[in-house]
Ligand binder design. Structure first.
Ligand code: CA
Length: 479
């Protein structure tokens, strides 16, 4: 075989938390096909998104930049699709390229996928059943279940690719996004078992900021009839009712995941049968994590770990050695583009802001990557979820968060009176992030150091602190 570059298959799901993947130690389900990617390759344990929301995460993955650079900060900011992406670089170097499934970065001439030889995408969130599929040639409804159809279209394209030209295929599932609608083959598969409830389900948010208490994403109160698909039994109240809702939510969520897992198996089987598996960089990830009853919540958005942690399993048998120990260095969704480009030997754009972790995947597993992750949730949602805008820094031990809110929640607007608030978590002593120690005098130095680190990180990345934030003490002293 000629020394042609490897194929790339990126399977991206929507809202699939790593704690619903058995390779990550899930206690609620089994995902044998997703696990198998790590068994042939590696599992990355500390992969974080830089904004835990569908649209911004997708833009960061494609462009290798943060939201303030690619312009995609919220669900309402479509991507200028003419931007450089890892896909545009691959295509310029002779790759055939395709994307099938959820795009969710806008629609129309400026926002439809660009630099793809083939694209077939859902409109916005798309439908689980009989989805509308948009292509360059128009739109059509395809009968069936979205997760199966997306795989069908992806494999149909892959089968047509010439042997002598490398290709890159993005398979972007809608599942397991709210409102968690399983197909017939998987619906009810968890109905007869009691799904384990996370330890933090009854978190009372006592030491957190008002931002956490303000959020509308509580399993006990905020799941609607469309989510639950049936009315709760009338005799249930309080904790019993909350647990019933949790069970209902998770039954459907996990059934959607099971269908994803089966379809990952179909992709892998095809790669194996077609002789492509060894020479393909195969990645499984999700645009962000999800609260699966953790802290009493569903959804994402917050900078807490269950929300920002992305599953990431990678195989490329010809080049990436099998490792039973996971990679634990911190990486982010902004790093994907440069990692993929380094893998195939194509120079990244100077505009890209990530750090390639290709060396860690191959010859230097212990090489450090980044010492801090910068996070910013821009969407100051005063409607459905009511999560306030915030930014912060996560190191291997600590997490500092500034909820600036950008004017929301102030007197005269909806919600309780809100002024900017800080949180600090020591994840060594408090891995579940239950106790905000920002005001604990024992952490004064940590607060000073991290506040300065956050300030420097923003400057380095070209972002700006919110106007309500004072200059950190250590920065002011060194000026
Ligand atoms: Ca998502």
């Amino acid at each position: 075989m000629t020394q042609r570059r490897p194929n790339i298959v990126l399977i991206l799901t929507d809202d699939h938390a790593s704690h619903a993947i058995s390779a990550y130690g899930s206690v609620v389900n089994k995902t044998p096909h997703i696990d198998a990617i790590a068994e042939r390759g590696q599992r990355i344990d500390n992969c974080f998104c830089t904004n835990a929301l569908c649209t911004p995460s997708r833009a960061s993955i494609l462009t290798g930049t943060y939201g303030h650079v690619n312009g995609v900060t919220t669900l309402a900011t479509p991507m200028d699709a003419a931007q450089e992406t890892f896909v545009s670089h691959l295509r310029a170097e002779g790759y055939r390229t395709a994307i099938v499934g959820k795009w969710h970065l806008g629609e129309g001439p400026d926002h439809n996928p660009q630099n793809f030889d083939y694209w077939a995408v859902l409109r916005d969130q798309g439908e689980y059943f009989n989805p509308l599929i948009i292509t360059e040639d128009g739109e059509q409804v395809i009968e069936g279940y979205a997760t199966d159809i997306i795989t069908d279209l992806a494999l149909a394209w892959a089968r047509e690719q010439p042997d002598d030209q490398p290709w890159c295929l993005l398979i972007h599932h809608k599942a397991p996004h709210r409102s968690w609608e399983p197909d017939e083959a998987h619906a009810g598969m968890y109905a007869d078992q009691q799904i384990a409830v996370p330890d933090t389900f009854t978190d009372d948010h006592a030491t957190r900021s008002n931002a956490a208490r303000r959020a509308v994403m509580r399993v006990s109160e905020d799941l609607n009839l469309r989510d639950l698909k049936q009315l709760p039994p009338a005799h249930l109240h309080g904790e019993e009712l909350a647990l019933w809702k949790y069970q209902r939510y998770m039954e459907d969520y996990l059934a959607c995941v099971a269908s994803v897992d089966d379809n990952v198996g179909r992709v892998t089987q095809w790669l194996r049968d077609s002789g492509n598996l060894d020479d393909t960089l195969l990645m499984y990830t999700s645009d962000q994590g999800f609260f699966l009853g953790d802290h009493g919540w569903f959804d994402k958005r917050f900078m807490y770990d269950e929300s920002i942690r992305m599953p990431l399993l990678i195989s490329y048998p010809a080049r990436i050695p099998v490792r039973t120990e996971p990679l634990t260095q911190m990486v982010t969704n902004v790093d994907f583009a440069q990692t993929i480009l380094e893998c195939v030997g194509i120079e990244a754009s100077p505009r890209m802001q990530g750090v390639s972790f290709w060396p860690q995947l191959t010859d230097e597993p212990d090489a450090p990557t980044r010492d801090a992750v910068y996070y910013r949730y821009w969407e100051n949602d005063d409607g459905q979820h009511r999560v306030l805008a915030h930014y912060g820094v996560r190191t291997t031990r600590y997490k500092l968060i500034y909820f600036y809110g950008d004017g929301l929640g102030l007197p005269g607007t909806s919600g309780r009176s809100f002024a900017p608030e800080w949180e600090l978590y020591d994840m060594q002593t408090d891995p579940d992030e239950l106790t905000n120690v920002y005001f604990d005098p024992a952490y004064n130095d940590v607060v000073d150091e991290l506040t300065a680190q956050l300030w420097r990180l923003q400057a380095e990345l070209g972002d700006k602190p919110h106007h309500t934030q004072a200059v950190p003490t250590l920065i002011a002293e060194s000026a």
